[in-house]
Design a protein around this ligand. Structure first.
Ligand SMILES: [Mg+2]
Length: 368
């Protein structure tokens, strides 16, 4: 980012973030559970974690990434639903279809989050606020869930805005409001500042963006390396990153067609380690802002039928893949011609940046 111009063309960015997406889809499909604490997540008996929970569950202290067993201790009435990724993907596609009525410049971050650049949109007289309001109404009436939207001149601010009054929120940050808003913004809320860097900034007397603004570029560079320049800009509400629809959501997969069919589940299991090893190796090529959202096992049987078993995951987990293999195999229980393992890839730019800084802040600083 060094040398990037501070003054960029005024843009209109909307960050759309569905509210407790997986749980919202499940509640939509079973209105009888509305009002109950609901979590979508993994097996409590197999160290599963909560992927998403609704606000009723959050009142009990349940949150995502918490072990399901702990969530059930906090909230014994919690309804735990096994994730159905296929259903969420269908809902996600429908929502993207609605976004496309307003702009072609859409950057999905995950199944439930996307940036939209509506700077050149002629819809709603070009008003980003009206577009965001319409999008919220349409997603609600056509897909049956709520979206929180943030409207701002760039991605960093749009993301802060969408988080402002969740759920079902709409918050607009106008260019002239940026300074006042940033003045009080805690450093943790700066895009990409993780726990390690936040502690470092606070130790150096910087608790808010206003306090970061008092420091020079060289000072910030000395404190946080390459990120210093970026921090200098972000603290002023400057974020030149464009909304990029060049990259589609993707998946990573390794598959093998066997010369001789695998005759049993244990034959398949014997191949699993090798496939998982290759998947781990392939995952090393993921880019900094890409993260694993789910794992799957794919099987083609000797009668050419295909099946895929999938589950939410944040990392490659051999045990989970073994369980998925068992589930997929049981669907036909016949000889296997092709076996595949894979990961669905999402994007988490903030987490990726965090990793980068934490690495940069490590004592073994190597020249780059
Ligand atoms: Mg969300």
């Amino acid at each position: 980012m060094t040398g990037a111009p501070l003054a960029t063309k005024l843009r209109k960015i909307i960050h759309c973030d569905c509210d407790c997406f997986y749980a919202a889809v499940e509640t939509r499909d079973d209105p009888a559970i509305a009002g109950r604490p609901v979590a979508v997540g993994g097996w409590p008996d197999r160290r599963g974690v909560v992927a998403t929970c609704n606000y009723e569950a959050r009142r009990f202290g349940v949150h995502s990434a918490m072990p399901t067993s702990q969530a059930l201790r906090l909230c014994p009435d919690l309804l735990v639903i096994r994730p159905n990724m296929e259903k969420y993907r269908v809902a996600s596609q429908a929502i993207l279809g609605i976004y496309r009525r307003y702009t072609d410049l859409i950057e999905p971050l995950s199944l439930d989050e996307a940036y939209l650049d509506v700077s050149d949109s002629q819809v709603a007289r070009g008003s980003a606020t009206l577009i965001a309001r319409e999008i919220k109404e349409r997603v609600h009436s056509e897909v049956g869930i709520t979206v929180s939207a943030g409207v701002a001149p760039n991605k960093f601010l749009a993301k802060i805005a969408s988080d402002w009054n969740k759920p079902d929120g709409l918050f607009v940050i106008r260019p002239e409001e940026v300074d006042a808003l940033l003045a009080q913004l805690p450093v943790e809320r700066i895009f990409g500042v993780g726990a390690v860097l936040a502690a470092k900034l606070r130790n150096a007397g910087m608790h808010t963006c206003a306090e970061v603004q008092q420091r020079s570029r060289p000072e910030l560079r000395a404190l946080c390396g390459r990120f210093g320049d970026r921090l200098y800009e972000l603290a002023r509400g400057v974020d030149p990153r464009v909304v990029s629809n060049a990259r589609e959501r993707k998946s990573l997969s390794i598959e093998e067609t066997y010369v001789e069919d695998l005759r049993s589940l244990s034959d398949c299991r014997a191949q699993l380690d090798l496939l998982v090893e290759r998947l781990v190796r392939a995952s090393a090529k993921l880019e900094g802002d890409e993260c694993i959202e789910a794992l799957f096992v794919k099987i083609r049987f000797d009668d050419w039928t295909k099946t895929t078993a999938e589950h939410i995951a944040q990392a490659i987990d051999r045990k989970l893949l073994d369980t998925l293999l068992e589930r997929a195999y049981a669907r036909a229980g016949r000889a296997v011609r092709l076996l595949g393992v894979g990961a669905r890839i999402g994007r988490n730019d903030a987490a990726a940046q965090m990793k980068l800084f934490d690495a940069e802040l490590a004592p073994s600083d190597q020249p780059t």
